[in-house]
Design a binder for this molecule. Structure first.
Ligand code: PHE
Length: 338
């Protein structure tokens, strides 16, 4: 064999070998290629090199160098192809590691005022009350007139009430739902009406221009102040705890007669121990309210109450500024998440 013939066969081996390696589509095919090309006994390169002794002595050095270069090129191509096949077979997902610490996720929670409303509703549901809702945009009649406010009552003035038009306003309390419920349902009626109310107040530590109220009302034949006291005392014991004391004192609202307030002994968490906190306004429904709703006030009597769940949430958590609740800063609210 001449040197030229040897070099031509070496070049052919490299060309065919690289093509075969590129064609290998799995690890087994690549193994076959490696053995056929570079195998020590039967490999094509071994076969080529076995011709070296037949070359003239002065050609052997160049022929040997050419064989080594082909060997190096094939080995490199085999390694690169193997790496490519492995990378293609590797899963794109990482296998599950059950020992990894869980990621902390914040799934959200109910607002502390919503939680109070839900607890109040659950207690009154057990006492036989149904949820009733009314509109936040009300007429003057439902918000004031039907509730026995005299036409010149100061609450109706522009500095207290947010008017939407001549006759429409944002309700200043949930009491209009009393009248709407009595127009819709025949007695006996026991409803609980949670909702948002609006007042023309500056947003300060003790006032919010929009805040929650929960209204309650029971109307039937023969309802008395004793029913009011018993029901609201039972509510306070369930909400605050069996041993908590409650007291009733006189108060005034145009739509009740007599009007009262209920105080509960509450620990505000300020180190001063139990103290009386006003929780709600209440009273026997004024006969004019029952008549305005179309009921015979000689036959039916009722009682009603209204409370502010934000104030209850504040007394529960020792919060002294209502803005902390209604600013809706999640960093604050998350602290009260159950
Ligand atoms: N509506 C009254 C208020 O906003 C509360 C109340 C409701 C008082 C029902 C008595 C009876 O303050």
């Amino acid at each position: 064999m001449t040197l030229d013939e040897f070099l031509a066969r070496a070049a052919e081996l490299e060309r065919d070998g690289l093509a075969r390696i590129a064609d290998a589509h799995d690890a087994a095919a690549l193994d076959d290629a490696r053995i056929t090309l570079l195998g020590r006994k039967q490999g094509a390169l071994t076969a080529l090199m076995s011709a070296l002794p037949t070359l003239p002595p002065e050609a052997r050095r160049d022929a040997g160098a050419a064989s080594n270069r082909v060997k190096g090129a094939l080995e490199q191509a085999l390694d690169a192809r193997l790496a490519a096949l492995r990378a293609a077979a590797a899963p794109s997902w990482r296998p599950l590691d059950p020992t990894m610490p869980a990621r902390a996720t914040w799934r959200g929670a109910l607002h502390p005022v919503t939680l109070v409303i839900d607890e109040i509703a659950a207690i009154f549901r057990e006492l036989g009350f149904t949820i009733a809702l009314g509109p936040e945009a009300e007429t003057e009649w439902y918000n004031f007139g039907a509730l026995n406010f005299p036409p010149d009552h100061p609450a109706m003035e522009l500095h207290d009430t947010l008017y939407l038009g001549d006759d429409t306003l944002l309700r200043t309390h949930t009491s209009p739902v009393q009248v709407r419920a009595l127009q819709a349902i025949a007695p006996p009626v026991r409803i609980l009406a949670p909702g948002t109310v609006y007042r023309r107040d500056f947003f300060d530590a003790t006032h919010a221009p929009a805040f929650a109220q929960v209204e309650g009302m029971a109307v039937d034949e023969g309802i008395s102040f004793a029913d009011l006291k018993a029901t609201l005392s039972e509510f306070a014991r369930r909400f605050y705890g069996r041993t908590r004391r409650v007291r009733f004192g006189p108060s005034y609202f145009p739509f009740v007669e007599p009007g009262a307030q209920m105080d509960v002994e509450v620990d505000l968490g300020d180190g001063k121990g139990l103290r009386w906190v006003e929780i709600l306004g209440c009273g026997l429904m004024h006969p004019r309210v029952l008549e305005a709703a179309g009921l015979d006030s000689e036959r039916y009597t009722g009682w009603a109450f209204g409370m502010g769940p934000a104030r209850i949430a504040m007394s529960r958590h020792g919060i002294n500024d209502i803005r902390l609740l209604y600013d809706s800063d999640v960093r604050v609210l998350a602290q009260f998440a159950p």
